[in-house]
Design a binder for this molecule. Structure first.
Ligand code: AMP
Ligand code: MN
Ligand code: MN
Ligand code: MN
Length: 276
């Protein structure tokens, strides 16, 4: 039996546009049976989402998407079925939010050099949850006429190597996996198709992830072309990883990407949700 499931989605507690309650109601509209809330570096939205999910017969999986630096590049590790109250996880995420605050100051300084004024206060005014992200800076740039949409703001200012890009040294792969495991969860490599790395580095990443005790990989991700799915299914099999599926939904304004609208996993995959 196939179940309708989405294990990667954001709320306004990080860089999404919907409140936790609104996200869960959208999941209900989309006939989802299982939804994971996976905000960047915070679990703030889990309690509210769980309550509304309970009232609407949706199974809510407590999750998080942890920012990681591996070999000098940023990767995202999703934690699924975590205890949001766990101290080691909570302390780890708090340390990442401090790094985010420091990076925000640097981003604003870099933008000032490109004649973008008031970026720090203007961006902070858009933050509704507990983290400041580049998405908030992008929205500030759009709102103030510097860019015509979020994509252009990343392309011109905020993307890797662009004038407003500030490097941060996030958690290590070991730390992210150990925080997730300490909190009783499973560690998942998020959107593997989005990292601009070659074959050899992808294999090195997966080997290291396995050594750390990593559990799963998103074989299906919202932004992914269907023809690459078999490749990630093969990698999951080769590294004995469970397979996850997640839209990475952020906002109803991203009309091309809907919550829960995902293809089925290839037959040979071991679904991560069979673990709980
Ligand atoms: P941060 O974790 O603060 O560095 O921000 C990364 C977030 O920015 C990602 O989670 C995406 O939601 C968003 N993002 C990254 N690249 C783009 C892009 N090209 N267009 C729109 N949003 C993007
Ligand atoms: Mn995001
Ligand atoms: Mn991500
Ligand atoms: Mn995400």
């Amino acid at each position: 039996m196939t179940i309708s499931i989405d294990l990667h989605a954001h709320t306004l507690c990080s860089d999404g546009d919907l409140s936790p309650a609104e996200l869960v109601l959208r999941a209900k509209q989309q006939n989802l049976q299982v939804l994971a809330v996976t905000d960047h570096d915070t679990t703030e939205g889990i309690a509210a989402a769980s309550q509304v999910a309970g009232e609407n017969q949706i199974k809510l999986i407590a999750g998080v998407e942890i920012s990681v630096t591996w070999e000098n590049k940023t990767f995202h590790i999703v934690g699924l079925n975590i205890d949001p109250e766990n101290k080691q996880l909570a302390n780890g995420l708090a340390s990442l939010r401090v790094l985010r605050d420091q990076r925000a100051i640097e981003i604003a300084e870099k933008l000032a050099k490109k004649n973008v004024d008031n970026a720090l206060a203007g961006t902070q005014a858009l933050v509704k949850g507990s983290i400041v992200s580049r998405t908030h800076f992008a929205q500030f740039l759009v709102n103030n006429g510097y860019s015509k949409n979020l994509q252009q703001a990343f392309k011109r200012y905020l993307g890797d190597g662009k004038p407003g890009y500030a490097k941060a040294h996030w958690a290590s792969l070991e730390e992210a996996v150990s925080w997730i495991h300490d909190a009783g969860g499973l560690a998942v490599i998020a959107h593997p198709g989005r990292y601009k790395i070659g074959r050899a580095r992808m294999h090195a990443l997966l080997s290291h992830f396995k050594e750390c005790g990593g559990d799963a990989i998103e074989v299906i991700s919202g932004s992914q072309r269907p023809d690459v799915t078999p490749h990630f299914a093969r990698l999951a099999a080769e590294y004995e990883l469970f397979a996850s599926v997640g839209s990475d939904f952020h906002s109803p304004s991203q009309r091309w990407l809907e919550l829960g609208r995902l293809p089925a996993l290839p037959e040979n995959c071991k679904p991560v949700w069979n673990c709980w």
